[in-house]
Design a protein around this ligand. Structure first.
Ligand SMILES: [Zn+2]
Length: 259
């Protein structure tokens, strides 16, 4: 009985918020159970031994007890604190962004071991990298592929023609690149320079040890960020809408059954 009430897991701390008088609500990502939420009792008291082991972004080992509504974190032990991510504001910001993307793209208890491994690796890269924007773009492309939204960068998403080395277009709603013929005049399509296309393809198809050697000028970085953010924002907004729609549908079906 007791054995079933308690369970152990590795976790990466994604988010923490105040809960009640002295408790903390912690959102974390695990290799086997996906994203979970649990309460750390008394974690905001200065004397709490647990609080030091539940720092944002840290890789920890947790012991949890199943609760009626929320599970309770009963023990926490840090495996890797990723200190550089908390000692430099820019690194903190990028780590926060990576954690937030995982939080938004992966549903509760949605197991995804590759995403766990990717986030763990990304926190290591962000702690060392000189070019954090490059890490962010690489992380986005990897994450999108792992959750089923890999952008199409090699063929036109409208006519399927092979993309030529010219100025093309990127269309967030179509999920990738449009050739000049299909992209011209489309209101939501943004022009995509040849260099930006090359970098995106490189990031999508190589490993980190290869891509980290890239040197990217600020103007190109700005273009890459605009393209990726337009795509990610589009997907997340559409997802939120689809969730709203499902809830609406469920309510209507319930009303029909009850009435
Ligand atoms: Zn086309």
């Amino acid at each position: 009985m007791n054995r079933e009430r308690l369970y152990r897991t590795e976790a990466i701390i994604l988010k923490r918020s105040d809960f009640g008088e002295a408790d903390r609500l912690v959102t974390f990502f695990t290799p086997q159970r996906g994203k979970l939420r649990a309460v750390a009792k008394g974690a905001r008291k200065p004397s709490s031994r647990k609080s030091g082991h539940l720092e944002l972004f840290s890789h920890t080992r947790l012991l949890l007890a199943r609760g009626r509504n929320l599970d309770i974190i009963t023990q926490a032990e840090t495996m890797e604190p990723f200190l550089p991510l908390r000692e430099d504001l820019l690194r903190t910001t990028y780590a926060y962004y990576a954690a937030e993307l995982v939080d938004r793209f992966v549903g509760d208890e949605d197991e995804n071991r590759p995403v766990f491994d990717l986030l763990l690796a990304a926190f290591g890269w962000l702690g060392r990298a000189g070019d954090m924007a490059l890490v962010a773009r690489f992380f986005e492309l990897r994450l999108l592929a792992l959750v089923g939204y890999q952008p199409q960068l090699f063929h036109c998403v409208n006519c399927q023609a092979q993309i030529e080395p010219v100025i093309n277009f990127f269309h967030p709603g179509e999920g990738g690149v449009l050739c000049p013929r299909c992209g011209e005049g489309r209101s939501e399509a943004a022009s995509l320079s040849l260099n930006a296309l090359k970098v995106l393809r490189f990031l999508q198809t190589r490993d980190y040890d290869t891509i980290r050697l890239l040197r990217i000028r600020p103007a190109l970085h700005a273009e890459l960020e605009t393209i990726m953010l337009s795509y990610i924002t589009y997907i997340l907004e559409r997802n939120l809408k689809s969730v709203d729609f499902l809830h609406h549908l469920r309510r209507q079906m319930q009303a029909a059954v009850e009435g």
